[in-house]
Design a protein. Structure first.
Length: 218
């Protein structure tokens, strides 16, 4: 009888541990992949992957043209800048779906903000003039002169995009970016590319730009 009791106790403990281990990743995944109404998805999101791909390709091209490839700190800041740009342009789909003029004006403002940040990062007038000369290449797809806005529109036609909350506040102070969305989500991106996201329900998610490690705090 004693042996039977011990076996049953051990089996119960093993089942409980297995359930906990199985539920833990699910909880983390849920925090990393919020609902469709959430402004920013930290991982495993098609929009995020598209934005990151655009940002890396553009930043790497800019760095190569300006001889900054070996300056990892500047390259990282350029990637953050272009990721923010891609994300803001992506948000225009929902904000200006039926307002072509409004979308055009908003895109110009985003490009102006991006250029200002790039000038700060580059910190060299001669290099920035080179950037200005090549600007049409950077805002295209794969080095073409087609603007990113056109690329986004084409992508919308090929696959339906989910509705995204609008940006109600955008700040960029010395490379420190803060974005506040209409659903209460706040995103902060520092100079190194580290991202901190605080959702309306109080959940906080931090992603390290270097190793991609994600920390979730409820």
């Amino acid at each position: 009888m004693k042996r039977t009791f011990l076996l049953l106790t051990g089996a119960a403990s093993l089942a409980l541990a297995t359930a906990c281990n199985r539920d833990k990743p699910a909880a983390v995944d849920a925090a990393q992949t919020p609902s469709a109404d959430t402004a920013v998805v930290v991982r495993n999101d098609s929009d995020t992957l598209v934005y990151q791909d655009q940002a890396y390709r553009t930043a790497d091209q800019v760095a190569a043209d300006l001889s900054l490839t070996n300056d990892t700190a500047r390259v990282r800041r350029l990637r953050t800048t272009y990721y923010t740009r891609a994300e803001r342009v992506g948000d225009l789909d929902a904000q200006y779906a039926d307002d072509t003029a409004g979308r055009y004006a908003a895109t110009r403002q985003i490009n102006t903000d991006t250029d200002t940040e790039v000038r700060t990062i580059v910190g060299d007038d001669a290099k920035y003039r080179t950037y200005e000369t090549n600007r049409s290449r950077y805002y295209g797809d794969g080095g073409s002169v087609t603007t990113t806005t056109t690329t986004t529109t084409t992508e919308t036609a090929s696959r339906p995009r989910r509705r995204r909350p609008r940006i109600v506040k955008y700040e960029n102070k010395g490379g420190e970016v803060k974005i506040v969305y209409s659903n209460g989500t706040t995103v902060k991106i520092d100079k190194d590319g580290d991202r901190k996201v605080e959702y309306a329900n109080g959940t906080k998610v931090k992603r390290d730009a270097d190793d991609g490690q994600v920390k979730v705090k409820n």
